[in-house]
Design a protein around this ligand. Structure first.
Ligand code: ADP
Ligand code: DP6
Ligand code: CO
Length: 324
């Protein structure tokens, strides 16, 4: 095969990944757990280009340069080293989610790229192999290989750090896009700064592993209330940690905080809703399916609102399904 197309969906973490113990292999300081969505996918085509001098990367119809091209080329170098190839590639990708806004474009992006590139270069990988490969592009991408709720194990090295599905009750997410602009500090840079400068970074790995163990047991028990409580607490702990970096980084804006307040108010009125946010101002509300429409209606004053259900794992698309 000389070209392949794959589609992957973003995932939103209920127990967050924040920090690497190995930046080269992208091994996290702790495990994490997420829900893969059924909306806002990335579709990526990788075409081998034997005549080309270097890799090219087109994102949303625009030729990429700088850091985002460098990240894709470094990832293709890894794929080529595994495949024993030196052939450059042309990568064309489309994100339906805003890029770099805390709605997991790097997760859907590198899950789709890993799967399309593995096929184009002839690597024969199962889901675990794809998850390990996607992890090398962006840590959170390891989880977008997997449908529904996924746990990414911290592992004890490259071979054991992958994501796999875990049983969980049916949950929906209400995505509240308060600002679709690109964040000023990428997740990668912010993570590094936190580890280097926050006095609280030391407490994070242990407390996250504790939250993860509690979350997995709440998922197994089908206990939505416990799942929701852990989700909101862990998200706010992550943002507290990020804000404690020097210089500080604040991803949540007044509008994000207003969404957290509105969710707390819903709970006071007996609606089970819990808020979370990744590295960006946009807030995601975790709900049970029966409450999704009413919660979405309540959120409309804060920005664009979309309802997501548990989504599929990454898929190779047949035929000419390339973007554009
Ligand atoms: P996000 O919150 O969107 O995941 P990150 O800071 O983690 O933000 O990552 C954003 C970066 O991920 C982009 O600047 C780009 O380098 C990379 N990225 C996003 N989408 C894609 C894609 N479809 N293919 C390859 N790389 C992508
Ligand atoms: C806040 O996976 O985007 O969304 O591995 O450097 O690409 P890199 O970072 P990334 O970080 C995600 C951080 C988070 C939490 C999460 O998704 O678990
Ligand atoms: Co990301």
């Amino acid at each position: 095969m000389t070209a392949a197309t794959a589609r992957a969906f973003p995932n939103i973490a209920l127990v967050k990944y924040w920090g690497k113990r190995d930046e080269e292999l992208i091994l996290p300081v702790a495990g994490s757990l997420s829900l893969t969505l059924d909306i806002l996918p990335t579709t990526t085509t990788v075409s081998l280009a034997p005549e080309a001098e270097a890799d090219r990367f087109e994102l949303n119809g625009r030729e990429a340069t700088g850091e985002s091209l460098r990240r894709v080329a470094a990832f293709l170098d890894l794929v080529r080293s595994l495949a024993g190839s030196q052939t450059p590639a042309f990568v064309r990708s489309r994100n339906e989610a805003p890029t770099g806004a805390g709605l997991a474009s790097s997760a859907s992006g590198f899950a789709a790229l890993a799967t399309a590139a593995a096929a184009a270069y002839g690597l024969d990988l199962d889901a675990r192999g794809l998850s390990r490969l996607a992890r090398r592009g962006s840590g959170s991408a390891s989880r977008s290989i997997v449908p529904g709720v996924a746990v990414w194990h911290a592992g004890d090295g490259d071979e054991t750090s992958f994501a796999e599905a875990v049983a969980a009750p049916e949950m929906h997410m209400v995505i509240v896009t308060v600002d679709a602009g690109e964040k000023p500090v990428s997740s990668r840079v912010a993570m590094r700064r936190t580890a280097l400068t926050s006095p609280f970074a030391e407490a994070w790995p242990r407390t996250t592993e504790e939250s993860l163990a509690e979350m997995i047991s709440a998922c197994e028990a089908g206990d939505f209330t416990r799942i929701g409580r852990i989700t909101e607490t862990h998200a706010l702990r992550m943002h507290a940690l990020i804000q404690s970096a020097d210089p500080p980084i604040r991803y949540l804006t007044p509008r994000s905080v207003a969404v957290f307040d509105a969710v707390a108010e819903l709970r006071e009125r007996g609606v089970e809703a819990y808020a979370t946010a990744d590295a960006g101002p946009n807030v995601v509300v975790l709900v049970q399916s029966a409450d999704a429409e009413a919660v979405a209606a309540r959120m409309e004053e804060f920005g664009r609102v979309q309802i997501a259900k548990p989504g599929p794992g990454v898929e190779l698309l047949e035929g000419d399904a390339s973007p554009e």
